[in-house]
Design a protein around this ligand. Structure first.
Ligand code: SF4
Length: 352
C-alpha cells in the first residue's frame, strides 16, 4: 500500500524565496490580485498554485483544519523557527486578502503568543479597520469557532486589534512586521489595492507603533521603485527588501512585456544609479536588503571576463565594489547586506 503523504502547511523555502524567510505558512494556493508578473503562474507549479482565487491546499478540508495543522507544526518546530527568524506569511497567496486573513491572523496571533516573530507581506490596504461593525461581529464569531479557547476572543475597542483577538498590543507589536509589496505599477496588479493606498495603510500602522517594511520586488522600472521608496520612508517604513524582476530564477535580461505594457531591458548604469540613490535615501532611516538578483545583474561585467575565486569571495568583492568598505549603521558591509530576516546570527529585536 502506498504511503500517505503528510499534509503540511509550513514549508522551508529555498532560493529567491528564502531571502524572505526560512519558514513560510501556506494554507492557501492561488490569489485574486491578478498580478501580470505573478510568480505562481510561471513554471511547473503554475497549474497547482496559479489559480485566480485563494483555495485551501489540497487535502485541507476547512479553515479550522488548516489552523490546527499549522499550529501543530509550529509548536513542533518552535525553537528552530525562532532561531531562523520566525514565520513568513505567505508565498502562495496574500495573507491579508478578505478571503484569507481570518485564518492567517488567527495563526499569527497564536504564534506570537508562543513568542514567535511573524512577518506579513501583502498587497491589500483594507485590513486596518473592519469595514462595518456587522462584519467585525461576524468575523469575531468565525474566529471563536476556530479557537479552542473561543472565550478569549473579545471586541476590545480597536477594530484592528480584533484581528489579534484580545491580545495586548505590547505583546503583539514587538513580534509582528507588516510589509507591502510596492512596485509603483498599479496597471500590472489589477485587483490589488493601489500602491498609494498600501502606503497610506503603512503610515497608519507605523503611526500606531507597528513595525512596517516594504518589498520593492519586482523592480520593473527603477524610477517607479525610487518613488515608492521615498513615499514608504515618509510612511515610517523601517526595512526594504529589493529585487529585480526574474523569470523565477534569473534576472530578466531582455525587453519584456506584460499584456499591453512594454518595458526596456534593465540597464546596468541605471541599476548602479538606483543602488546609490537608495543607499543615500535610507541611510539612518531604514535598513535595506539587496536580493541576490541585484548581485546577479551587477556582476554581469565580471561574468563576461574575469571570474575567479569562490562564489562567496566574488560576492564579497562585488558588495565592496558597490557599497564601499565603510561600516553602515554600525555593521560591516557584509553584515548590513545579510541582515534580518535572512541571517540567523542576528536577534530579531535588532530590527525593531
Ligand atoms: S499578490 Fe503575489 S501571489 Fe497574488 S497575484 Fe500578485 S504576485 Fe501573485
Amino acid at each position: 500500500m502506498a504511503k500517505q503523504k503528510t499534509l503540511k502547511i509550513l514549508s522551508r523555502p529555498q532560493g529567491n524565496a528564502e531571502e524572505y524567510g526560512r519558514w513560510s505558512v501556506n494554507p492557501y494556493k492561488g490569489c485574486s490580485h491578478g498580478c501580470l508578473y505573478c510568480y505562481l503562474k510561471k513554471g511547473v507549479w503554475a497549474n497547482g498554485l496559479g489559480g485566480d482565487t485563494a483555495q485551501l491546499k489540497t487535502g485541507v478540508v476547512s479553515d479550522e483544519h488548516a489552523y490546527h495543522l499549522a499550529m501543530a507544526e509550529i509548536i513542533e518546530n518552535k525553537e528552530q523557527i525562532i532561531k531562523d527568524g520566525g514565520l513568513f506569511m505567505t508565498f502562495t497567496s496574500d495573507p491579508c486578502a478578505p478571503e484569507t486573513r481570518l485564518l492567517f491572523f488567527h495563526i499569527a496571533s497564536n504564534a506570537i503568543e508562543h513568542g514567535i516573530p511573524v512577518t506579513m507581506l501583502t498587497k491589500n490596504a483594507d485590513f486596518f479597520q473592519y469595514p462595518t461593525m456587522m462584519a467585525m461581529i461576524e468575523d469575531t464569531k468565525h474566529l471563536m469557532s476556530l479557537s479552542d479557547k473561543g472565550e478569549r476572543i473579545v471586541l476590545n475597542g480597536s477594530a484592528f486589534c480584533t484581528w489579534f483577538g484580545d491580545m495586548h498590543q505590547h505583546l503583539v507589536k514587538p513580534l509582528v512586521a507588516f510589509g507591502w509589496t510596492l512596485t509603483g505599477c498599479d496597471e500590472l496588479e489589477p485587483n490589488a489595492s493601489p500602491n498609494e493606498e498600501r502606503i497610506a495603510t503603512m503610515k497608519r500602522m507605523s503611526d500606531e507603533g507597528y513595525l512596517t517594511w516594504a518589498s520593492i520586488e519586482p523592480v520593473i522600472d527603477f524610477d517607479a521603485s525610487r518613488k515608492m521608496i521615498i513615499a514608504a520612508l515618509e510612511a515610517g517604513c523601517r526595512h526594504f527588501k529589493i529585487g529585480l524582476l526574474t523569470n523565477n530564477t534569473h534576472v530578466v535580461r531582455k525587453p519584456f512585456c506584460f499584456g499591453e505594457h512594454h518595458f526596456e531591458a534593465f540597464d546596468r548604469d541605471e541599476a548602479e544609479w538606483f543602488v546609490g540613490v537608495v543607499m543615500a535615501l535610507t541611510e539612518g532611516r531604514a535598513t535595506v536588503y539587496w536580493k541576490q538578483s541585484f548581485y546577479e545583474f551587477l556582476e554581469q561585467r565580471e561574468q563576461s571576463g574575469t571570474r575567479s575565486g569562490s562564489a562567496e569571495s566574488r560576492q564579497k568583492s562585488s558588495e565592496a565594489q558597490f557599497f564601499g568598505d565603510e561600516p553602515i549603521h554600525g555593521m560591516t558591509v557584509h553584515e548590513f547586506l545579510h541582515q534580518w530576516p535572512h541571517s540567523v546570527d542576528k536577534d530579531w529585536s535588532m530590527f525593531i
